[in-house]
Design a protein around this ligand. Structure first.
Ligand code: FE2
Length: 456
């Protein structure tokens, strides 16, 4: 007897892009997928049965870059009127002394609920460690344990106000490593001098190596074409052997580099094995603020980096805080905006934007060994009432069912608008472009039946 049986799902990422008619059943026992088999023949009994009705089966969404310590603080104590990164940091420096343990746990916990409802089961969160009390770090270390039954949370020791330019910055980073972060960060473009920026990367990489941690640096998040710390970070990744254990986040200055330097840099990044995380929502909003017209987009070179073989992922970055007053922790919106902002709009490129909030983000977090819908993997997956990955991104389709550790942890009805056109019958509009075989059943969404339950 299985604990959970999912019938008749189509596989996202299949050779046909997830649009084929072939369906699979997923067998779950305890917290593990024990089999993924073609949907034919009599299935085994199960305590809970989900009839996917042809919905798309996908591994969970992955958030490679958020700041959970700052979420839901927009306007406290004041709004970031200029919309610059710099005023955001100043607002946060005023909010930081008001932090206490429960404040952080409550706000971060609320946004993690949003993430799970949106199908995100792996989150990497930066946490500001330029706080002599390390209040937020203590709160998020505790929260990481509290949520472990549903989602995996990685914590990055993020020195928001610098390592060399903040009093005891290096000591605080070391202390954060001792207190159990998973990843070490830096912010070289914010340090007082270029030399401090270079030194800050040496310190961060050294801390990571001594504590056997990953590295994720806020790198060159500025519209200054002279900000070139990512070449330093990539070279550390190469020469230390850390390689894909290193991530360069933001790298927005790449949006301003000249073609000759861009070519050289992409070669360095490709050889180094580092991951790059682009945060399209936040950097479209923060960058270009000092420009007249023409005003730069201020995003990294996503398409070109992918072409050079670099692993690139999309992150949300901020949710209702001094750097982004909007947000619902929704990776599908990030992929949708990312597709527009990076001009990745061919069918294959839009599908790649879906990969950047799933598989590619999982690679950046270093979790590919346990990520994916296959026998032997943890039973973490989604059902999406969509035709394929392109359709998910185009229509902003959110998961109908979210399964974590073998249990259904979130459900959502596929939304439809009802049209009452004068003189016509009332009809639903779901914005589907009908390229499916006639009679496609996935539009209705999955149905769930537990032992002793009526179908719902
Ligand atoms: Fe960030």
């Amino acid at each position: 007897m299985l604990d959970l049986l999912v019938r008749s799902a189509r596989v996202a990422g299949a050779a046909d892009g997830g649009s084929g008619a072939e369906t699979v059943d997923v067998h779950v026992r305890g917290e593990t997928i024990v089999a993924v088999v073609p949907s034919s023949g009599e299935p085994p009994d199960a305590a809970e049965v989900v009839d996917a009705r042809g919905c798309l089966l996908s591994p969970p969404f992955v958030e490679p870059h958020v700041h959970l310590d700052t979420v839901l603080t927009a306007g406290e104590p004041r709004w970031n009127d200029s919309g610059t990164l710099w005023e955001g940091i100043a607002c946060w420096a005023e909010r930081k002394p008001m932090l206490d343990h429960e404040d952080v746990v409550a706000r971060a916990g609320e946004v993690l609920r949003w993430y799970v409802a949106n199908g995100v089961l792996h989150v990497r969160s930066h946490v500001d460690v330029t706080d002599p009390g390390l209040v937020a770090l203590g709160a998020l270390v505790e929260l990481r344990e509290r949520v472990r039954d549903v989602l995996d949370l990685q914590l990055v020791a993020f020195p928001q106000e610098g390592i060399c330019s903040f009093p005891r910055g290096a000591e605080l980073l070391e202390e954060a490593a001792r207190r159990g972060v998973d990843v070490v960060g830096a912010i070289p473009h914010y340090e007082d001098t270029r030399e401090d920026g270079v030194r800050s990367l040496e310190i961060a990489v050294d801390v990571a190596r001594r504590h056997d941690l990953l590295v994720d640096v806020h790198c060159d998040e500025i519209d200054d074409e002279q900000s070139r710390f990512v070449e330093v970070l990539a070279t550390h990744a190469m020469r230390t052997g850390l390689r894909d254990r290193v991530t360069a986040s933001h790298t927005t200055a790449m949006g301003s580099y000249n073609p000759a330097y861009s070519y050289k840099l992409r070669r360095t990044l490709s050889r180094s094995g580092v991951n790059v995380v682009c945060n399209p929502l936040v950097n479209l909003h923060l960058q270009g603020r000092f420009d007249g017209y023409p005003k730069r987009r201020g995003l990294t070179q996503v398409k070109e980096l992918l072409d050079a073989g670099v692993n690139v992922a999309f992150g949300h970055d901020d949710v209702m805080d001094p750097w982004n007053p909007l947000g619902t922790a929704d990776p599908v919106l990030v992929a949708h905006v990312g597709a527009h902002a990076t001009q990745m709009m061919s069918p294959a490129e839009v599908a790649q934007c879906f990969q950047m909030v799933t598989d590619r983000a999982a690679r950046a977090l270093g979790i590919t060994g346990s990520y994916g819908v296959r026998a032997g993997s943890p039973a973490n997956f989604l059902l999406l009432a969509a035709q394929d990955a392109f359709d998910v991104v185009r229509r902003l389709v959110r998961p109908s069912v979210v399964v974590s550790r073998g249990r259904i942890v979130a459900e959502r009805d596929p939304a439809a608008a009802r049209l009452r056109w004068p003189g016509r019958d009332v009809e639903d509009v779901d914005f589907v472009r009908d390229r499916d075989a006639a009679g496609a059943t996935w539009r209705a969404g999955p149905s769930v039946r537990s032992e002793g339950d009526r179908e719902r």
